[in-house]
Design a protein around this ligand. Structure first.
Ligand code: HEC
Length: 111
């Protein structure tokens, strides 16, 4: 149990260090959104069911609370910002992966 906890803490530390010091890795972020079915509803450049990730980056460009807000929104789902179609909750993506993806989207979703 103790070993598991240390492992979790280490990987959280490593991913925080990476997002704090470098632009989010596009290839890694793309594989996360693919694995978690985000791309079933989203694309980088055009609207599908949900908004284009580049449109999300533009909308929140000057909003310092965007990382927290979007983290909660993607985790719990919701509607009304882009239209009436709701995003369902996404309970299975890990916190670390979700942080990586949000940082990548807000940086312009570059591959
Ligand atoms: C079943 C379709 C669907 C899936 C799957 C989905 N989304 Fe969405 N997403 C939407 C819709 C629809 C909206 C617009 C919601 C609104 O108007 O408030 C949205 C909005 C968003 C937004 C902008 C939120 C806002 O309030 O501006 C982000 C960021 C986002 N999604 C990321 C993700 C990520 C990351 C995943 C995968 C973990 C994901 N989405 C999975 C449909 C989906």
């Amino acid at each position: 149990m103790k070993r598991v906890l240390i492992g979790v803490m280490c990987s959280a530390f490593v991913s925080t260090a990476i997002t704090a010091h470098a632009a989010p890795d596009g290839a890694a972020a793309l594989s996360i959104v693919q694995k978690n079915n985000c791309l079933g509803c989203h694309a980088v450049k055009m609207q599908v069911v949900g908004p284009a990730y580049q449109a999300v980056a533009k909308k929140y460009k000057n909003d310092p609370s965007a990382p927290d807000k979007l983290f909660t929104k993607v985790r719990n789902g919701g509607a009304g910002v882009w239209g009436e179609i709701p995003m369902p909750p996404n309970p299975n993506i890990s916190d670390a992966d979700l942080h990586t993806v949000i940082a990548w989207i807000l940086a312009g979703a570059k591959s």
